[in-house]
Design a protein around this ligand. Structure first.
Ligand SMILES: [Zn+2]
Length: 452
């Protein structure tokens, strides 16, 4: 049997080999200038505000000129080469879907195709140049270094999207093995699958675990406390869903490591990641983030909550310019104690559909329900469905009988929605989620009906 000291020496050597040799070679063979961008981003994160702004303006001018010259779709949409950036109309996923054919870049120039999962309806096909991919990967690499981690740190990726695991061939497995990473597909979130997944993770012993926060929460809740201690993680990276404060606290306490929030969209790119201080820093060398008023599209000042609109400064060929991500957020001017000068996305509140409404039509964010259910640890899973403005259904899967706490739970929910709203609480053995779709524990069926 190998000693732990021997193991950690070997694993440290392996990490170094991947970070210094295998990964740069892999990127080079794929034609991605990732190491070039990593060096730039390592310096740029300490640039002054003015220097960063100059850099962004230069990158933006080049992107706008190229887009206007090569894309008939944008020439028509803009009417003229915009002198004022804020004159450019905001675009969204539906518009890009509608004009998919016109937006297709010449594939012989080395563009890679991708598509979004279509969890909100139709999938969107998008295209990325080698430079855009390299900048995204370099930015993620830089962010790992904020936590003394590196490419090559043993990583487990727990993913529900079929986009990854349907294309996960023996070649990918071989590549991932060399890079010290492994994909763990999860099809359905139920007791049996979560037990099997946890057993596989303990056997693999990753240092970094990357997944949806809702999946991780279920992995922990459906496995015993003693078993959880068998995982010795250095960090958890969450993405694809909003990381709610209560979920973050719960994961950090049980997994005994930092839980790092990151924010991005497949079609738009890597937008922001939390630093060791917990602030979401925007990848501002490559991404312009604005907050706009949802109804008028007017830009809101710092400190105001509104729709997030992004411009990917390396999105040549398939431009992402003033693209509404569908998420709600707020920018802040404050400086972070971590020393990184990149601007901060102070609030990130998920999709508009993450809100339910009370009797006075006031929005209630799903974080509020997460906080309520934290007071009922006997509930493993829950889902709140708003059928109408006056009818709410709460589905609960408790560990044991909820009868003693039922009254208290109903009282809390009633307080949230108002006395005139009819609330029905139903219990069942387990809620089975489809992991292909981002797990949403609130469902606003009124909004769904409106969008049909
Ligand atoms: Zn920071």
């Amino acid at each position: 049997m190998q000693s732990l000291a021997g193991m950690s020496w070997r694993s440290a050597l392996r990490e170094k080999m991947v970070a210094r040799f295998f990964f740069p070679l892999h990127e080079c063979l794929k034609g991605h200038p990732t190491t070039y961008w990593l060096k730039i981003f390592q310096q740029a994160q300490y640039w002054s505000k003015d220097r960063l702004k100059d850099w962004q303006q230069q990158q933006l001018r080049n992107l706008l000129a190229d887009t206007y010259q090569h894309h008939a779709f944008y020439r028509t949409l803009w009417n003229h080469l915009p002198g004022d950036f804020y004159e450019i109309p905001v675009v969204n996923k539906q518009l890009l879907q509608m004009h998919a054919h016109a937006l297709k870049p010449p594939l012989n120039l080395g563009f890679q195709t991708g598509y979004t999962s279509g969890s909100s309806g139709t999938p969107l096909f998008y295209y990325q140049s080698q430079h855009r991919i390299a900048r995204d990967v370099a930015a993620k690499w830089r962010c790992l270094q904020w936590f003394d981690l590196d490419m090559g740190s043993r990583e487990a990726v727990v993913w529900g999207s079929p986009l990854e695991w349907q294309r996960y061939t023996w070649l990918h497995r071989l590549r991932d093995r060399a890079m010290n990473t492994r994909l763990f597909p999860v099809m359905q979130i139920d007791q049996q699958n979560m037990h099997t997944l946890f057993g596989n993770l303990v056997q693999y012993q990753p240092e970094i675990l990357m997944s949806y926060p809702s999946v991780l929460e279920q992995v922990i809740k459906l496995n015993s406390h003693n078993n959880i201690k068998k995982l010795r993680l250095k960090a958890v990276l969450t993405t694809a869903e909003e990381l709610l404060p209560h979920t973050q606290k719960f994961l950090e306490k049980t997994l005994r490591c930092p839980v790092i929030n990151s924010y991005g969209a497949r079609e738009a790119g890597f937008i922001a990641q939390a630093c060791p201080q917990g602030n979401l820093h925007i990848m501002a060398e490559n991404m312009l983030v604005e907050i706009i008023q949802p109804e008028t599209d007017n830009v809101l000042p710092l400190g105001h909550l509104g729709d997030i609109v992004v411009t990917n400064l390396s999105s040549y060929g398939y431009p992402i310019i003033r693209y509404r991500t569908g998420d709600v957020g707020m920018l802040s001017e404050e400086l972070c104690a971590c020393g990184i000068q990149l601007p901060i996305l102070k609030k990130l509140e998920g999709r508009n559909t993450d809100f339910l409404v009370d009797e006075k039509n006031k929005k209630i964010h799903r974080a509020q329900f997460s906080a309520i259910f934290s007071l009922f640890p006997m509930v493993n899973q829950f889902k709140i469905i708003q059928h109408t403005a006056r009818r709410i259904e709460v589905l609960c899967a408790p560990k044991h009988c909820l009868s003693e706490n039922m009254h208290q739970l109903k009282e809390k929910m009633q307080h949230c929605f108002g006395e005139t709203v009819e609330i029905t609480i139903l219990t069942c053995d387990a809620l089975v989620y489809d992991a292909k779709i981002k797990h949403r524990f609130v469902e606003n069926r009124m909004l769904l009906r409106e969008s049909v």
